[in-house]
Design a protein around this ligand. Structure first.
Ligand code: NAD
Length: 335
């Protein structure tokens, strides 16, 4: 008789989204049994999950079904998008994400989930620490006194507290990760929810395809950020889940770059010269960077894929999407 170790049962909420989809693939490669949950299936490639539940996690009954029999939960589901979306949908985002977060957490508790990882964001950091392009990298303790810029950040901060109290009061083994601008292939690249790296890749790809060598940039483009490639993000998530560390922790790169510089980097990946036209638009905070001291200390690791490498891979994927759509539109017009 063969003795098999039972596969660990893991749930990923938001598995139809960018990071969740990549995480499911990684978990399957590492031998877990995975249930993905989302409002939708992944858009650009099929899921590797053993089971995929289409469900609205704002609903309590859906959260109970989603977390049933699970040992670990990775809670990634959220109503979110880039600055254009986040700065224009405060009520909707706060309402939806509070319901998703509180119901998923409580359902996990009632279902006896052992470990629970919550994906928070650099958007929890106070606006008053991010007024300069040459910003001091944000340490975890900089979260308070709290003053996130948007409702999206306030919900993330409150849910961080919820996780901490569930750990204290109910003994759930929580993880709280603060992502700093994750990017890569298979992420949203158009439609209004895309973030700056994907939007820039799309604009440059369209400029290259049409020969109109100019792209629009919101604001003066001098606002700064750091960007972390998806493979590093997923690796960090797995390391953190296995770490035993229960306090909030940054997960991102600590290389600061302006949006103008990022646009040049994308143009370089595309192999074209691109002009920049600055137009009014939401820019978020003036500068934001990750301090990775705690990450290095806790995980003995930090993201290692360079921005040039990550952006080259991302650009190649988005250019292929743009070309495919362009070809389909030409075929439709001819037919
Ligand atoms: P994403 O938008 O690609 O994925 C989120 C998924 O949640 C989507 O597929 C969406 O359909 C799903 N969802 C939304 N409402 C739902 C509902 N009511 N029920 C079930 N599913 C629902 O975003 P992502 O980039 O993969 O982000 C994953 C997590 O990481 C989110 O919690 C996000 O707030 C957080 N985060 C991401 C970044 C980043 O740079 N991508 C930065 C900071 C924090």
């Amino acid at each position: 008789m063969i003795n098999r170790t039972p596969q660990r049962k893991v749930v990923v909420t938001g598995a139809g989204g960018f990071i969740g989809h990549h995480l499911v693939t990684q978990l399957k490669q590492q031998g877990f049994w995975v249930r993905g949950v989302d409002l939708k299936y992944p858009e650009y490639s099929p899921t590797d999950a053993d089971e995929f539940l289409i469900a609205d996690l704002r609903r309590w009954d859906a959260c109970l079904a989603a977390t049933r029999d699970a040992e670990d939960v990775y809670a990634l589901a959220a109503d979110m998008g880039g600055m254009g979306f986040i700065s224009a949908h405060h009520a909707e985002i706060l309402h939806n994400n509070i319901l998703i977060s509180t119901h998923t957490m409580e359902a996990a508790r009632q279902n006896g989930v052992r470990r629970y990882l919550y994906t928070s964001s650099a958007c929890i950091y106070p606006e008053y620490r991010q007024t300069d392009t040459n910003v001091e990298p944000l340490k975890e303790e900089h979260a308070y006194p709290a003053q996130p810029q948007d409702a999206y950040g306030w919900e993330k901060l409150v849910t961080e507290r919820l996780c901490t109290h569930y750990a204290q009061d109910y003994g759930i083994d929580v993880r709280i990760v603060r992502f700093h601008n994750i990017f890569g292939p298979l992420g949203t690249w158009d439609g209004g929810r895309e973030k700056a790296p994907a939007a820039l890749c799309r604009k440059v790809a369209v400029a290259k395809l049409t020969g109109k060598r100019e792209i629009e940039i919101w604001g003066d483009g001098e606002q700064t950020r750091s960007f972390c490639y998806i493979d590093d993000c997923v690796k960090g998530l797995r390391l953190l889940m296995e770490s035993g560390y229960q306090q909030p922790i940054n997960l991102g790169q600590d290389r600061l770059i302006s949006i103008n510089e990022l646009a040049d980097l994308v143009a370089n990946a595309a192999g074209v010269d691109i002009g920049r036209k600055h137009i009014p638009g939401p820019q978020g905070v003036r500068g934001r960077n990750s301090n990775n001291d705690r990450l290095r200390e806790v995980l003995g690791w930090e993201p290692e894929i360079s921005l040039e490498e990550g952006m080259a891979r991302t650009y190649a994927w988005i250019e292929a999407q743009v070309v495919e759509r362009f070809d389909a539109e030409v075929t439709d017009a001819v037919a």
